[in-house]
Write a protein that binds this ligand. Structure first.
Ligand SMILES: [Zn+2]
Ligand SMILES: [Zn+2]
Length: 245
């Protein structure tokens, strides 16, 4: 389903979906560049990411090029540790703290995706966290075979997890997990033990929307309902939001 069609159906999500689309295109372009361009150094790869960021978000390259120096002088290595980008101190007259945080979050995304190895099959069974980058997940697909695949919100790695179970506290007692559904049958699985929730969707949703993170965004009203009940989302969505209000 094309983004324009989804926006027509869900006009209240227009600005989020537009940001989603830009971010998705930005990440995909960085991935493609990494695979097709030959790099002599990591800093060249960082530069490509900054240039793509500049073109997809219509920000003049000159105004973000300083981030490259910041990375060099602060000894930050986004290729090994993409999270380090979130903590670059930026002082701006024009941008709010929230806008800066979101910018750094989106900028870090391709570096997380670079960590993922396409062939990797590692599961989420051991720790409930992403085995590639160590992040909590709150998104899962239930396959047609009734298996649960957790999806990392940052590096996008998918790996199996218990069909019924909380990835945060490992409560696996079905009487202590409640399922809430939205009008498209996207589910919130809430844990009574630790107040965490994850969202899960069926393979048919995946076939319709093609991207788990898009399914996560279109079901944002479900986050609002579940968070109002006091449940906690442990991982950000595609554009860096964790608390939805
Ligand atoms: Zn990950
Ligand atoms: Zn729990």
């Amino acid at each position: 389903m094309e983004i324009e069609e989804i926006i027509k159906e869900k006009p209240h999500l227009q600005s989020l979906l537009e940001l989603y689309e830009k971010t998705r295109n930005f990440v995909n372009q960085c991935k493609e560049d990494k695979e097709t361009i030959k790099f002599d150094s990591d800093i060249e790869l960082i530069d490509i990411v900054l240039r793509n960021f500049s073109s997809f978000f219509n920000i003049p390259y000159e105004s973000i090029a300083f981030l490259k120096n910041e990375v060099l002088t602060a000894g930050i290595d986004p290729i090994k540790d993409p999270r380090s980008l979130w903590f670059i101190p930026i002082h701006s007259e024009e941008l709010s703290k929230e806008e800066i945080d979101r910018m750094l979050f989106i900028l870090s995304k391709p570096f997380f995706v670079f960590l993922k190895r396409e062939s990797e099959q590692a599961s989420f069974m051991d720790k409930g966290k992403c085995p590639v980058c160590g992040t909590d997940s709150c998104l899962a697909m239930i396959t047609d075979n009734n298996e649960k695949i957790m999806i990392c919100p940052l590096c996008e790695h998918g790996g199996s997890f218990f069909r019924i179970g909380c990835p945060y506290c490992f409560n696996r007692d079905s009487t202590k997990i409640e399922i809430l559904l939205d009008d498209e049958d996207i589910r919130a699985e809430v844990c009574f033990d630790c107040s965490t929730y994850i969202k899960s969707f069926k393979e048919s949703h995946y076939i319709k929307y093609k991207d788990p993170f898009l399914i996560d965004l279109i079901s944002l009203p479900l986050d609002i309902v579940v968070q109002k009940k006091g449940y906690i989302r442990r991982a950000p969505n595609f554009i860096g939001l964790r608390i939805i209000d």
